[in-house]
Write a protein that binds this ligand. Sequence first.
Ligand code: ZN
Length: 126
Amino acid sequence: MEYICRICNQPRPESAFTEKSHSLHTCKKCNVLPNQRTEERDQLDEIFKIFMQTRISHKDTVRLKTLCTSKYPKVVIHATLVFEVSELRPYKKGRFAFLEQKYPELAKRIEDAGFFYPQYIKANSN
Ligand SMILES: [Zn+2]
């Protein structure tokens, strides 16, 4: 089983993660200390945190819109993705099954960005 790291975007084996980095969807190599993080990394982490909330609030969508104009291309991609998700399904519960069924193209982009893990997807389809 391989998992996509949302920072380096590489599929990596289970052994490339620690328990903590796994929950953050980052491989060990990318799971650097907070004081070593760049502005780009801080913004990427902020987007992921919004995505993992039970519900994406209006305030969060305003913030996502701002991040959609970030100077970092990867931040723009992630912010746009999560913004699209927030418009369709602000609630986390049942989100992936919903997206996979109604918006498969968006679900695929979310998966490729390392926001959903394959085993999660598998457990939730059918
Ligand atoms: Zn990584």
